[in-house]
Structures are given as structure tokens and as C-alpha cells.
Design a protein around this ligand. Structure first.
Ligand SMILES: NC(=O)C1=CN([C@@H]2O[C@H](COP(=O)(O)OP(=O)(O)OC[C@H]3O[C@@H](n4cnc5c(N)ncnc54)[C@H](O)[C@@H]3O)[C@@H](O)[C@H]2O)[C@@H](O)CC1
Length: 472
């Protein structure tokens, strides 16, 4: 798991580092990394000049020192321009840039340069960034974007806020060079799209964890319940699905598809779409009486339920096995849920669960997911372009992102089945939720284009799972 750190935690870590290393130089290390990325982007460009957009803070210091490093790094002269957006920019940084031959320009000249220069270094604001940009800076950002001029953002594109997912008007970076740890804006949509490729640079500052992580490829590989020589269908996990309805039989098929292709040892289907499920998946065990007792290690409920059905949900919860609670089952939850439940709402469902506006959830998804966790005592996987899995102690894990193609009706039903299979195999709800979202993202990524959720499950999941063990 890779920690995602708040701006406050970074500031505290830097303060501790400076007390332990009086007079130490972090800016030099940061600037070196920014210069390196700028040099890479400059190589092969027709125009060799670099425009630095400089604000008042340390972010500008990083950008200006980086520009000053460029002639030495590239072994030749580099035309440099500095636009100090404010009256006073970082003094030592500006002096270094001037020493390297930089010319100070005003807003008008910066706007002209923005569509013809080789690379722009955005050093207007970083951790101290306020939302949005002053008009003149926004005009420069837009001109650069229209002319496809590469932008290197220092720490994060100016206009974004480090701890927020909101896509405020900002520079659109090709590369964002950040230090110590990634922040939420780097990994969570829609802000993340403005960051381009994020290069994380270790500048040797240890930082305290803040309870949010991003799942890594190593986690996905090692948490997947690989079968061994002594595995049988029970040790691999029996997942029960009470999903679908006469109105939405497809949801039952999609959930079963997800569970089978994630590697469930056995799928038991106990719902109203028995005939269609058996016709499509002969390996599924589906008793004639859906209420007949049968061994399951996890349940999946709610996908394709047309409305809340407290009795149907309570019947399944009585087994006291980990349960995925999806879609229709998310309304009308009992006052207390047994341990190990995984709720899988999208933003609209979470908004309804919390009686708030959907836009509030979208503006601060993590806070709302944490509120739902506090109210229900369950683990919550909030679905969307960025998927957050929050467990009862508040710890959050951000799943691997998938292609935008995944935004189709039915992919949530498949996801519930994937999560159910992982719960039945013994993963805790937190890992199962983040893993399910990541596996589905990987499956969709290896089958690019407009695919049905069943195609992603049937063709993408097995290949994505096998590829986890392929040599890099
Ligand atoms: N503390 C250190 O020594 C280190 C700091 N580093 C850099 O320093 C940055 C933090 O420095 P600061 O605390 O000085 O903060 P910033 O450099 O982010 O600057 C904050 C200033 O920018 C102005 N500002 C904020 N948002 C704006 C916006 N949207 N438009 C226009 N002006 C805006 C604010 O009024 C404030 O004066 C980090 O992001 C990182 O780039 C790195 O050099 C690593 C080491």
C-alpha cells in the first residue's frame, strides 16, 4: 500500500526534518528533479525556451532553481523567461534564474510565450495553493493547453488543492513532480486528470501516515487468493448470490459472471433468476427453493433488486457471513449490520444513504464514505471514476483506476460478484473491496473499447488474474 498524505502532514514532516537538519537544503533536491523532468520534455522539441510561472512561495523556489539548473544539465544555453505572477517571488530562486540568463517578463509577454515556448514550469502554487487561478494565469494556462505546450507542474498543478479531488480551474500538466508522498489530488479524479504523469521524488523526508492509502500492483498480486495443490472448492470459497428480480434478471447473471471469473470455488445462486442463471452457467448450484439452507462463505445481495427488501436482506444476514450489500439493498439497512459487511454504493446511492446532495459526495467522496462507515459500522466501497474503500476504523484505500469505458450499466453488478468471490475466499472486506475494483479495472484495461460487463468479466478477468503472475 502506498500512503496518500495530506498537505498538513507534509508540512509537519518538513518542519521536523528542518529541526533535525538545521540549514538543510530540500529545495535543491526538489529543483533537481523538476529540472530533470523539464529537460526530458525539452528534448526533441523545436522550441528550446522555458517559461517559469512563478508565485510567491517555495513552490516558485523549486521552479526557479530548476530553470537555473537547465543549462548545465543540458550542456548548452537555454532561453529562460520568468513571469512573476506576484510582486515578490522567491528571491533566491529568482536570483539563481537571472544568473542563468533568465529574462523577467510581464503577463502580456507570458501569454505570447505560452503558445510558443518549449516547456512551461508551473511554479505558481503548490501545497499552499488556493482553489482556481487569477485571470492572467488562467489565460496563460489555457493558451498553453490550446497550443499543446508541455507543462511541468511543481508539486501539483496550480489551481488545484492538494487534499481535494475537485478540478478547479488550473494548469493542465503533462508531468507533475511531487515530493515525499502523493497527495489526494494526484490520484483522485477529476483533479488527477490535470496532473498528467505524476513523478514521486523521495527527498529524504520521513512522513507520518494519515490513514489513506493507494493499492499497489504488489498488493493486488499478493492478496489475490491463489489456489494451491491442496485447494478444493470449499477452501477456495463458496459465494452465494441473492440478486436479480423479475424486473432485472440481468443483474443476477452479471454478478454470477463476476464471481465465477474471479475464481470462486463454487457459486450458489438463490434468487428469482434461477432459470436464466443455470442456462448461462451450468456450474452454478441453484436450489429450487431459494430459501433452502446451503453452505456459503459470503453472500452478495441487492444487485437488481427493484427496491429495498428488508426481509430479504435480513434473511441472508442471519448466516452471519461477510456480505456484499449492493444497489437495492442499500436502502432499508437494519440498525446494526453483522461484522464483515461491504456496502458498494455509487455517489448517488451514498447521497441517498446519507440524505445529502450527490454533488456534496462528489466534492468530498472520502469524507462522505467515512461518514457512511461511522453510521453503518460496515466497510464502504464508494464506486466511481476513483473508487474508495473505507473500513470501520476510517482507513481508506484507493483502488487502481480503470478506463473510462468501464462506466456502463451492469459493471456494478459484476463488481459485486467479484467482491463476493474475494470475501468467500477469506479476504477481509477492506481488501476485498479495493481488490475487486482493481481487478475489474485491470480486466477492462486489457480489453479496451466499448465492451459489455460480461465480456470484461469472462474474457478480461481471467487474463488479468493470470497476468498478475507473469514476469514483469
Ligand atoms: N518546505 C520546504 O522547504 C520545501 C517546500 N517545497 C515546495 O514548497 C511548496 C510549499 O511552499 P509554500 O508553503 O511557500 O506554498 P506555495 O509555494 O504553494 O505558495 C503559497 C503562496 O501562493 C499563493 N497562492 C496560492 N494559491 C494560489 C493560486 N491558486 N493562484 C495564485 N497564487 C496562489 C498564496 O497566496 C501563497 O502566498 C511545496 O508545494 C513544494 O513545491 C519543496 O521545495 C520541498 C521542500
Amino acid at each position: 500500500m502506498e500512503p496518500i498524505i495530506t498537505a498538513a502532514a507534509i508540512r509537519a514532516a518538513e518542519a521536523d526534518w528542518f529541526s533535525a537538519h538545521p540549514g538543510g537544503d530540500l529545495m535543491g533536491r526538489a529543483a533537481e528533479a523538476v529540472a530533470h523532468q523539464t529537460a526530458r520534455l525539452l528534448t526533441g522539441r523545436e522550441s528550446w525556451g522555458v517559461l517559469v510561472v512563478a508565485g510567491p512561495g517555495n513552490n516558485a523556489g523549486d521552479a526557479l532553481f530548476a530553470a537555473a539548473d537547465l543549462p548545465d544539465l543540458l550542456g548548452r544555453s537555454v532561453p529562460l523567461w520568468v513571469w512573476p505572477v506576484v510582486e515578490r517571488t522567491h528571491e533566491d530562486g529568482l536570483a539563481a534564474a537571472l544568473q542563468a540568463g533568465a529574462v523577467v517578463v510581464d503577463a502580456g509577454a507570458a501569454l505570447t510565450l505560452a503558445s510558443g515556448v518549449g516547456v512551461i514550469i508551473d511554479g505558481l502554487a503548490g501545497l499552499g495553493g488556493r482553489p482556481g487561478l487569477p485571470d492572467a494565469a488562467l489565460a496563460v494556462a489555457r493558451a498553453a493547453s490550446e497550443a499543446h505546450i508541455p507543462v511541468v507542474a511543481v508539486d501539483l498543478p496550480s489551481g488545484l488543492v492538494a487534499d481535494s479531488v475537485i478540478a478547479h480551474p488550473s494548469f493542465a500538466a503533462d508531468v507533475t513532480v511531487t515530493f515525499i508522498a502523493r497527495k489526494l489530488a494526484h490520484v483522485a479524479e477529476p483533479a488527477a486528470s490535470a496532473c498528467g504523469r505524476v513523478e514521486l521524488v523521495d527527498i529524504g523526508v520521513p512522513v507520518a501516515m494519515t490513514g489513506t492509502w493507494r493499492i499497489t500492483a504488489d498488493d493486488v498480486r499478493s492478496w489475490y487468493p491463489w489456489p494451491g495443490p491442496r485447494s478444493d472448492k470449499y477452501s477456495r470459497g463458496v459465494v452465494g448470490l441473492d440478486t436479480g428480480s423479475l424486473a432485472y434478471p440481468g443483474a443476477a447473471l452479471l454478478g454470477v459472471d463476476g464471481a465465477l471469473h474471479t475464481g470462486a470455488g463454487m457459486v450458489r445462486y438463490a434468487g428469482p433468476a434461477r432459470e436464466s442463471v443455470l442456462a448461462a452457467f451450468p456450474s452454478v448450484v441453484a436450489p429450487l427453493d431459494p430459501l433452502a439452507p446451503g453452505r456459503v462463505q459470503a453472500w452478495v445481495c441487492g444487485s437488481g433488486w427493484p427496491s429495498a427488501d428488508a426481509a430479504r436482506l435480513e434473511h441472508r444476514l442471519r448466516d452471519r457471513v461477510p456480505t456484499v450489500i449492493d444497489a437495492g439493498a442499500l436502502t432499508g439497512l437494519p440498525a446494526t449490520l453483522p461484522p464483515g459487511c461491504l456496502l458498494t454504493p455509487h455517489a448517488g446511492e451514498l447521497a441517498r444513504l446519507l440524505s445529502v446532495d450527490r454533488h456534496d459526495v462528489e466534492a468530498d467522496p472520502l469524507a462522505h464514505a467515512r461518514t457512511a462507515v461511522r453510521r453503518t459500522g460496515a466497510t464502504v466501497l464508494l464506486k466511481g471514476a476513483t473508487q474508495y474503500c473505507v473500513r470501520p476504523d476510517g482507513a481508506a484505500m484507493i483502488a487502481e483506476p480503470g478506463p473510462a469505458w468501464s462506466a456502463t450499466a451492469g459493471s456494478g453488478d459484476t463488481l459485486a460478484g467479484i467482491a463476493g468471490a474475494l470475501l468467500a475466499a477469506g479476504l477481509d472486506a477492506w481488501r476485498a473491496g479495493a481488490m475487486a475494483a482493481s481487478l475489474q479495472a485491470r480486466a477492462a484495461a486489457i480489453l479496451p473499447g466499448p465492451r459489455t460487463p460480461s465480456e470484461v468479466a469472462a474474457r478480461g478477468l481471467p487474463d488479468a488474474i493470470v497476468a498478475l503472475r507473469a514476469p514483469d
